[in-house]
Design a protein around this ligand. Sequence first.
Ligand code: AMP
Ligand code: MG
Length: 422
Amino acid sequence: MTSAILSTQPSCDDDYDPDSLTCDEAWRRIHAHVRPLQVAERVPLRTALGRVLAQPVKSSINVPGHVNSAMDGYAIKAHDVPATGLTELEVVGESFAGKPYAGRVLDNQAVRIMTGAVVPADTDTIAPQESVEAHGKWIRIDGRHRLGQHVRRAGEDIESGQTVLRAGHLISPVELGLIASLGIVEVDVIRRPRVAFFSTGDELRSLGEPLGVGEIYDSNRYTLYGMLTRLGVEVLDLGVVVDDPVALTAAFQRASSIADVVITSGGVSVGEADYTKEILTKLGAVRFWKVAMKPGRPLAFGDLGNALFFGLPGNPVSVMVTFYQFVQPALLQLMGANPAPYPTFKARTTSILKKRPGRVEYQRGTLARDANGEYLVTATGDQGSGILSSMANANCFIVLGMESAHVPADTPVDVQPFFGIV
Ligand code: AMP
Ligand code: MG
């Protein structure tokens, strides 16, 4: 997942925690546990955007459906091409896209043809417009034409009967176009996972409510709503639940009875009012609850009835980092897709990056390019887990490996651009 930048031995100044899983191990456990949903549904093509194919898509037609021209020019017979000098051909008709030439073409005749138009049956070669001299109903060609040039074969792109997309393929705009090109109007996709989420905390107020002393607005439900909606899952927002074991137990039970996945934020640290782990142990199973990462160390994963459970930390940046690094790939897997690792490349850091060994850090950065076109990355100010503007002003994660300590300026570091993630 990451690579070490600077190695140091563990010391009292680091952050090694024997109870924490490494990020790689946490993902390995999630990956091994999540079973793709098995229920498929048939939907109109446009509705399939963002969904995963439950069945392969096969073509019942050739694409293109007919032999057609790759150039504007003249359809000719290769045997009319002169060995030396020039020869004249009579232009007997025209074949335009959607309006083929229906007649015969005799020897020493040609048909005016446009790109994409059907190549007349008697012809086999296209003489591009710029290679001939045209004089009214006659063209003059030289000997530089080869049999079959600029002719596109029927089925050149896709042959009838061919499997074009496999089950498990995630439908993006290109697949909508590809499936449309086969004339297919409905596809079989895995049903959308139902994802229920709620925030926990006595200090949280929903939008529209006045704020008392020490109270804050619940922002996590908004970032979660956005991230989940982008993924195309069915979103069930269950509001704010106070830090009370009875209320939390009821909320967990309700959520797990209506959803495939339950996501909470807050209440997973080791504070007095952090009941999540305790309740999860009672109602289901805790598979892990601490990961050696920052932000996001208190991340719980387990089962709640038949639902998967992710207990995200309360801090707003931690919610986003743990969602993108763990929940999003898990949801894709549940949707039947095969989540690919995020694109990661090296960029040189423009200043020192503060870092403690013993955990992977996902700092937030902005990418730029220097005069040589090489990537530079700058951390977006204060990297506190509660500072959501550090995400808003960023366009990438800077991923600093487990063993890394402070990273000096000008060091190449791993970056994950947001456009490959969000
Ligand atoms: P917790 O994990 O519950 O201890 O929360 C850690 C920090 O995140 C605290 O400062 C909380 O006030 C804050 N926090 C928790 N939930 C939310 C939320 N839904 N929106 C904004 N901040 C939150
Ligand atoms: Mg809390």
